[in-house]
Design a binder for this molecule. Structure first.
Ligand code: NHR
Ligand code: GAR
Length: 214
């Protein structure tokens, strides 16, 4: 039985599309049971509808605080009974309550080679620093923002002459390959979250799997 998977988005959903395409062509064995957005206009909701995946949306503006929003989101998610929650460009920081409720079952992709550059605006920060390598990292979500244990990173060489937009575009093509791959590893049980650490094939992983792209 494929792992039931809910995908949380806020925007265009190109990472979501990579999951839809790979499930569709049989190269990713997940059951996409829900796409949730905190923004009603998110284009990713259209992508989900077109693919026949159930959708839901709750706007955070209607709630007094983060946790009450998160409890409403969890109620909707639980109706879909997912085993795995995939954040794909989801732009709301999740409360400690939400993270603990789904402990070890939430993954995120962050556009940097973590632990470098947590937070926003990563591509410009990499260019400003003159780094040789950049990329994106899939990690389990914990209370520490972009700080949970890492699973898989995809890296590429930075061209010092490129713009932040060009670099972002290249990083996104890497994401569309590594995110379905990493989620598939979690969904199959080969990768697990145990006591705050990533385990790969039954052994604790001090470092993520790293793949190099050109
Ligand atoms: N929640 C927790 N608890 N831990 C993480 O590691 C999370 C998370 C929620 C989202 C994605 C993350 C990223 O990879 C993510 C990781 C949003 C913000 C943010 O500042 C920061 C990091 C990430 C996502 N959000 C603002 C907020 O007040 C809103 C910004 C906006 O709406 O544009 O929530 O980058
Ligand atoms: C991705 O590049 C992802 O790494 C990033 O947002 C983009 C979402 O694109 N995530 C964050 O910055 C999270 N704060 P998409 O909507 O086209 O998948």
């Amino acid at each position: 039985m494929p792992c039931r998977t809910a995908i949380l988005i806020s925007g265009s959903g190109t990472n979501l599309q990579s999951f839809i395409d790979k499930v569709g062509d049989g190269t990713l064995d997940l059951d996409l049971c829900l796409v949730f957005s905190n923004k009603p206009g998110a284009f990713g909701l259209e992508r989900a509808r077109k693919a026949g995946i159930p959708t839901a949306c709750i706007e955070h503006g209607d709630f007094d605080d983060r946790e009450s929003f998160d409890r409403a989101v969890a109620a909707v998610i639980d109706e879909a009974r997912p085993d795995l929650i995939v954040l794909a460009g989801f732009m709301r920081i999740l409360s400690p309550w939400f993270v603990q409720y789904y402990e070890g079952r939430i993954v995120n992709i962050h556009p940097a080679l973590l632990p470098k550059y947590p937070g926003l605006n990563t591509h410009q920060r990499v260019l400003d620093a003159g780094d040789e390598w950049h990329g994106s990292t899939v990690h389990f979500v914990t209370e520490e923002l972009d700080g949970g244990p890492r699973i898989l990173a995809g890296r590429l060489r930075v061209d010092p002459a490129e713009t932040a937009d060009e670099l972002q575009h290249r990083v996104q093509t890497v994401e569309h390959q590594i995110y379905p791959q990493a989620a598939g590893l979690v969904g199959s049980g080969r990768v697990e979250f145990v006591n705050g650490e990533t385990w790969i094939d039954g052994e604790v992983a001090e470092k993520p799997i790293v793949e190099t792209f050109d």
